[in-house]
Design a protein around this ligand. Structure first.
Ligand code: PGA
Length: 262
């Protein structure tokens, strides 16, 4: 069986919030589900605007997506791809950068045309202009259709750190200490991390579909807060409870602290 359960969360205050939570036996089934969802979305809409996070969470999803698109001969030639964020000051050749991640894992294997790919240039000395440029890409392409994001150990999505407004668009963020520390895992050598440039939570709220993916025991506590905690800008991922087409997809370990029955 692919998915073990689907929970629906209802909250009553001024309106009803519905968030779908789907849990899978393991990381492979979880990743395969995400890859299939994205491949099908591209099949249905060849000019899909897809936004994805880098990091450890989406690695297998991307690998399986590349496989599906290629083997099933799905036409992705009109698809637009947007990278969620980037570490400020890092060159795209740095193996820990989001640029390097997407270029090696997605753009090169799929031989995407440069005109389909939009990544932040975090080396520019005009970061504000870079934000405006990405805001314009999103607007000019009619908004984001599908967004696949991960979650940080402080509840961040992209570099939308705790305290970030739910309506903000692309922006430069001062990184939380937790992000600077946890972020070292992407680099071979200790790397000074100060700021990030990111697509904002306002764009996430406007996206037609948002999928937040998490796996492993280390993510169990943040998933509990995301699904069952108060919606607050102090815990950015709680915004998922407000999205009317938001999915939280997890493996059993990441779901292990959720109350049952939900
Ligand atoms: P990870 O990062 O996928 O490497 O766990 C998630 C995040 O910090 O957003």
């Amino acid at each position: 069986m692919n998915s073990s359960k689907i929970f629906i969360t209802f909250r009553t205050k001024s309106f009803i919030r519905i968030m779908k939570l789907i849990s899978f036996k393991n990381y492979h089934l979880l990743s395969d589900f995400a890859a299939t969802e994205i491949a099908n979305a591209i099949k249905d809409d060849p000019s899909l605007v897809l936004c994805m996070a880098s990091g450890h969470t989406p690695v297998l999803t991307i690998e399986l997506l590349v496989k599906k698109l290629t083997e099933e001969k799905i036409d992705y030639s009109q698809m637009k791809f947007l990278g969620l964020d980037e570490w400020v000051g890092l060159p795209p050749v740095n193996e820990g950068s989001c640029n390097y991640f997407f270029k090696t894992k997605l753009f090169e294997p799929l031989q995407l045309n440069a005109s389909q790919c939009f990544l932040f240039n975090a080396m520019t000395n005009d970061l504000e202009a870079e934000c405006k440029k990405m805001d314009a890409v999103i607007a000019d392409n009619g908004g984001i259709d599908v967004m696949l994001v991960g979650i940080g150990m402080n509840g961040h999505i992209g570099f939308n750190e705790p305290g970030t407004s739910f309506s903000i668009h692309c922006h430069v963020a001062e990184l939380d200490n937790s992000t600077k520390t946890v972020g070292q895992k992407y680099f071979k050598e200790e790397t000074v991390l100060h700021q990030g440039i990111t697509i904002g939570l306002g764009h996430l709220m406007d996206a037609k579909k948002v999928v937040l993916k998490a796996d492993g025991k280390r993510k169990a506590e943040v998933i509990k807060k995301t699904v069952e905690g108060m919606v607050s800008k102090n815990f950015p991922a709680s915004i998922m409870q407000n999205h009317n087409n938001g999915f939280v997809i997890v493996d059993e370990e990441a779901a292990s602290l959720l109350s049952k029955p939900h």
